[in-house]
Write a protein of this length. Structure first.
Length: 763
């Protein structure tokens, strides 16, 4: 690096910021990268303080250092690849992404090895900035939060500052040019200052231009139309709160859940007379997909219960069923990207009446068919459609979680046996302890014979309802089971639900719901895992929107109650109901909530980052523009903008007025400029004029090349170079030539004048 401290500091700071950005962005994917980043920053700091005090490595030594760092990188890469083959730790990432991410440490090690080289020309600086920019670009693709983009912004600011100084020092000759391919040595660098620590020279200008660029670019970005296509994800798969009906639920995932504010679907609530219903519960559940099969910490989107009949009549013209005096109609508008229709949960119906779900087809309404898990489907739906549009007749029952009753026909109970399978033995151990606690509290009889079926040694059907509600309440209210969106695994060699119940004891709705399903199944209670949404946002006039961030998971348990015949003394024919259970605690993790100013500010920044960068969808763009237009229409905004413009205009007028009052005398040209002008005037009189953009050194070098080729001028060819060197020392280093040196320069100029006069003008 040159001895000019400001340029050195800006370059080192830029490279250090690049390493920090890479380490932060890749930490979740490859934690070891943070170690590489720390070592790189320490190495750059050491080199910064050593460079002005000792001679750094020669080119061969620097190449050996680069080879050694390359071997270290290869050793680490081999370890990481072997670890992936052994553990499949990054199975959701893919090999192509792993290989790309591993470029980060290689770039950081290359930067440090290049900086350790003592002799550097302009090409070396371009390499350093190019490697830093490549790493930062990779980090921007991997970034998931606002902090990384703040670091990228700091890198861009220092990079603009450093590149501006690089241009100035390259033009002045401080930074040597790239060596000529013919082998001609590059001009030697000239120390232009003896300053040890430098000044903030040029930083203010770089900062101003960065702000100007941001002011221009940000509005253009916000106004640019967004694509409706699915967003490409690069890097570690993003874990976010969202609904995906056709994908498996993987409880083995770890990392922080991100909020997805994208709109999922729209629903309009009206009464039968057409009046809008404006008091829909903000905690309304919207049932979506049902998962039946659990295996190795995953709910697989396969398996379906059969259609059950007869639950409701589906013959003739569909007419709204009579659910009660307070019933209302929900009209759904669900995009196909949601992958499945959704319904208000629990779905209520009445035997021997039309189904509560219907779709318009051919000018009339067609009812949907019921499924044994309490859902409905359209058997005649077209295979390709852009939107699910249908209606649901609904009412809130006395027990808002209990579905309509039905009876099992012969053979259906055998089908439900798959919903009683619990593949995790320790979950049964946990459930048995809960049963013991219920007995101690008096919720179950003390004698086993009274509540336990002697054939299966499991609770009798009449106790399924109370057990299901008690298990759900236990998960939702136990203080040691905490809700969090920061997903962790403690013991990866055991099942994810076992790890949740016995070790981690924290998680989000998917873990709580999964635990409840297996706990119920361990006691012979049929249960299914339900994916859907919870909550809605009222937009006015009975119109509600549900966003992806409302995605939720809960449990449906099949419980039974005595039928009519049983109460009249006849054989007991039990009536079954699907009972919706939500075991997720209502509050967030208290360890994660902090009202400090830092957390409040971080939350605010992250929310804006999610809304306007990561999740800036067409809908979000339209919403942002609408809010901006409304903001502009406010009287306070108009007054504030007008006042601000008036203040700016007043400051500009006042500064101009003061400048006119005290117009300074023009500063005389520096002495160095005047005496260097003698050389330029002499050469110009003989036909050699600087090319546009030539620096004094470049002009002197070009002149020397011509003089060496002219007869009688070779002995004075170095005179322009000597004058240029003295000019730089005087003009930039504030070291004017001594009287003896000035006399020597004048003598050389006289010799050049005589040689030119004898040789004639340049052709």
């Amino acid at each position: 690096m040159p001895t000019e401290a400001t340029f050195r500091f800006s370059t080192y700071l830029t490279l250090a910021f690049a390493c920090v950005v890479i380490g932060y962005a890749e930490y979740e994917l490859l934690p070891e990268v943070a170690v590489f980043a720390g070592l790189a920053v320490i190495g750059l700091g050491v080199l910064y303080f050593l460079e002005s005090r000792v001679v750094l490595l020669s080119i061969p030594a620097a190449n050996r250092l680069g080879g050694a760092t390359g071997l270290v990188f290869l050793a680490w890469a081999g370890y990481r690849i072997k670890r992936e083959l052994d553990t499949y730790e990054l199975g959701n990432t893919g090999w192509h992404m792993l290989m790309v991410a591993m470029l980060g440490p290689l770039l950081m090690m290359s930067i440090v090895a290049k900086v350790a080289r003592g002799e550097k020309h302009a090409g070396d600086y371009w390499f350093l900035h190019g490697a830093a920019l490549t790493g930062v670009g990779l980090s921007a693709a991997l970034a998931q939060d606002a902090v990384c983009f703040v670091l990228i912004g700091l890198y861009l600011l220092t990079a603009i500052w450093s590149l501006a100084l690089f241009h100035l020092h390259r033009a002045s000759g401080t930074v040597p040019r790239i060596p000529d391919k013919t082998g001609k040595p590059a001009p030697a660098a000239v120390a232009v200052t003896s300053e040890d620590y430098g000044r903030s020279m040029g930083f203010r200008t770089a900062f101003i231009w960065t702000v100007v660029a941001a002011v221009v670019v940000v509005p253009i970005y916000l106004l640019t139309p967004r694509s409706d296509a699915e967003k490409a994800e690069f890097g570690k798969p993003r874990i976010e709160i969202g609904y995906a009906a056709d994908q498996m639920v993987d409880l083995n995932r770890t990392g922080s859940l991100n909020t997805n504010t994208e709109e999922a679907f729209e629903v309009t609530a009206t009464y039968p007379d057409g009046r809008p219903k404006t008091d829909l519960s903000p905690n309304q559940r919207w049932r979506g997909a049902t998962h039946l099969r659990y295996l190795n910490g995953k709910w697989l989107p396969e398996g379906q219960l059969p259609v059950i009949a007869p639950l409701a009549s589906n013959e003739g013209v569909w007419a709204p069923p009579r659910l009660g005096p307070d019933q209302f109609i929900l009209a759904f508008n669900v995009p196909t990207k949601v992958k499945s229709p959704v319904f208000a949960d629990p779905i209520r119906w009445v035997p021997r009446q039309s189904p509560p779900i219907a779709v318009s087809a051919g000018g009339f309404l067609r009812g949907w068919m019921p499924v044994a898990d309490g859902s409905f489907f359209d058997p005649l739906a077209p295979p390709h459609r852009r939107m699910f549009r249908y209606i649901q007749v609904y009412r809130v029952g006395e027990d808002p979680d209990l579905g309509s009753g039905f009876r099992l026909v012969p053979g259906q109970d055998e089908i439900l046996s798959a919903l009683r399978r619990n593949p995790v033995p320790r979950v049964t151990e946990y459930a048995d302890r809960l049963i013991a606690q219920m007995i101690a509290r008096g919720e179950l009889p003390k004698e086993k014979e009274d509540w336990q079926d002697q054939r299966t040694l499991l609770p009798k059907q009449q106790y399924h309802d109370v057990i299901a509600r008690a298990f759900s309440a236990h998960l939702a209210t136990t203080p040691t089971l905490r809700y969090t969106t920061n997903l962790k695994r403690e013991k990866t060699n055991v099942d994810a639900v076992e790890d949740f119940l016995f070790h981690v004891r924290s998680g989000h709705c998917e873990r709580f719901a999964s635990a409840l399903v297996l706990l119920l199944r361990s006691q012979g209670i049929p249960a299914v895992y339900v994916l859907g949404f919870k909550g809605c946002e009222h937009q006015g006039d009975g119109r509600y929107i549900v966003k992806q961030e409302h995605a939720h998971a809960w449990v449906d348990a099949l419980v039974s109650k005595p039928g009519l015949e049983g109460r009249l003394g006849g054989p007991e024919i039990r009536v079954y109901h699907w009972l919706s259970l939500d075991p997720t605690p209502g509050g967030a993790d208290p360890t994660e909530s902090d009202n400090s100013w830092w957390d409040t500010a971080s939350s605010w920044v992250q929310t804006r980052f999610d809304s306007y960068v990561r999740d800036y969808t067409p809908a979000q763009r339209q919403k942002a523009l609408s809010e901006f237009v409304e903001w502009l229409k406010r009287p306070a905004t108009i007054l504030g903008v007008g006042t601000g413009l008036a203040l700016v205009l007043g400051v500009i007028v006042a500064r101009r007025w003061r400048r006119r009052e005290r117009t300074p005398e023009p500063e005389p040209a520096p002495e160095s400029t005047r005496w260097f002008g003698e050389l330029v005037a002499l050469l110009a009189s003989h036909g050699f004029v600087p090319a546009p953009g030539d620096t004094p050194r470049e002009f002197a070098e070009a002149t020397a090349v011509v003089l060496r080729q002219r007869p009688g001028c070779a002995q004075v060819a170095e005179v322009p170079l000597a004058w240029a060197e003295a000019y730089y020392q005087d003009r930039f280093g504030s070291v004017p030539p001594s009287d003896a040196r000035l006399a020597e320069l004048e003598a050389g100029l006289d010799s050049l004048r005589r040689a030119l006069a004898s040789g004639g003008a340049f052709s």
